[in-house]
Design a protein around this ligand. Structure first.
Ligand code: PLP
Length: 364
């Protein structure tokens, strides 16, 4: 299979598997005071330090969670629904926490509209602004540093969902100036089921799980030791990936796809190095995804499929794009030039097949 869906999830790095295998032999509960417990605790604190070093925060600010989804929920639920302003292109784990929350509009290129943000902030109604660092569908990088500066002028705290950005572009909390930040392990070569919310030392935080006082009383429940160890190892590994190489492959793929008649969305804004959304006029996302899959290539639809009905994704809709003819291709460290060439050859075959079928049905 040619895997082009790294934004959905990623393969585990071999070093992550090794680190997790090693930790499997550890029996202690990190809350126990005996030697075995202290050994387990040491694993967790090492991972916490790795997170803190890579995002530039204090280790005590790192709260391990069960996912990026949980971290986003925790951040937003620390505020009342009417106090929260989100962008129109947030992941469902932000967008659906308070479906009634007001949304900052975005441009046709999928970047938040700064004027709209300023207008909304001026109402003085908000206490939290949540804007992601890079969009999961288009890869468009958001001006989070600017958002934070502006929001702080109006006394708002800022949450940033950095799940897709972390590991692919520099993510420094102090440079970004955000108060809360979400990351997740399975987007960076680590295991699914573990994430982290970085929290301000003195800011509000919703405690969703009450229990044994783990994570400094901020999230009860025995820690996911293996997951957290894998998360730490993945952070170290992903720092070694050459994203310049991946960006070159992505650019080659886009040029080739454009020559075949596709168009690229959100191309004129800074984007993640691995992500592209291709629109194929006259075709349908779900057919394209199936056709690629039949040719052993995994891509994802640029549309959301619910109750058997394919709809344009919220993100593309917010950009004013209403057609359902897109696929998202997201590359990663294992992607190769051979794979890109195969992808383009398959794309040509799919387009030719669609043309033949269309002229056939016109004659019939
Ligand atoms: N935020 C973004 C931008 C995502 O792309 C995802 C996953 O697709 C999440 C949050 C949720 O992360 P998790 O799968 O760890 O719950």
């Amino acid at each position: 299979m040619i895997y082009c869906d790294y934004n959905a999830t990623t393969p585990l790095f071999p070093a992550v598997k090794n680190a997790m295998r090693h930790a499997m032999d550890s029996v202690g509960n990190p809350s126990s005071v005996h030697t075995c417990g202290r050994q387990a605790r040491a694993y967790i604190e090492a991972a916490r330090h790795t997170v803190a070093t890579h995002v530039n925060c204090h280790p005590a600010s790192v709260v391990f969670t069960s996912s990026g989804t949980e971290a986003n929920n925790l951040a937003l639920q620390s505020f009342a629904p009417h106090e929260v302003l989100v962008s129109a292109i947030e992941h469902a784990s932000v967008a659906r926490v308070f479906p009634q929350a007001e949304a900052i509009m975005v441009t046709a290129q999928g970047v938040i509209d700064r004027d709209d943000l300023a207008t909304k902030l001026k109402t003085g109604r908000y206490k939290l602004v949540s804007v992601m660092l890079a969009n999961n569908e288009t890869g468009a990088i958001q001006p989070v540093q600017e958002v934070a500066m502006l929001a702080h002028q109006y006394g708002c705290a800022v949450h940033c969902d950095a799940v897709q950005a972390f590991g692919k572009i520099p993510v420094d909390m102090r440079v970004l100036g955000v108060d809360y930040m979400t990351i997740s392990a399975h987007k960076i070569g680590g295991p699914a089921g573990v994430g982290a919310l970085i929290v301000p030392v003195d800011g509000p935080l919703c405690v969703m799980h009450r229990g044994g006082g783990q994570e400094r009383r901020r999230r009860g429940g025995s820690e996911n030791l293996l997951g957290i160890v894998g998360f730490g190892a993945a952070i170290t590994e992903i720092a070694e990936v050459s994203w310049e190489r991946v960006a070159l492959l992505r650019d080659q793929l886009e040029r080739g796809a454009e020559e075949l008649g596709a168009h690229v969305l959100a191309i004129s804004e800074p984007r993640l190095p691995n992500t592209t959304v291709l629109g194929f006029p006259g075709m349908r996302s779900e057919t394209l995804v199936m056709q690629y899959d039949l040719n052993r290539i995994s891509v994802s639809a640029g549309s959301a499929c619910s109750s058997g009905k394919v709809e344009t994704s919220q993100v593309l809709q917010a950009m004013g794009y209403t057609r359902q003819d897109t696929v998202r291709v997201s590359l990663g460290w294992r992607s190769s030039l051979t794979e890109i060439n195969t992808f383009l050859a398959v794309t040509q075959k799919i387009i030719q097949h669609a043309d033949t079928t269309a002229s056939y049905s016109q004659v019939a």
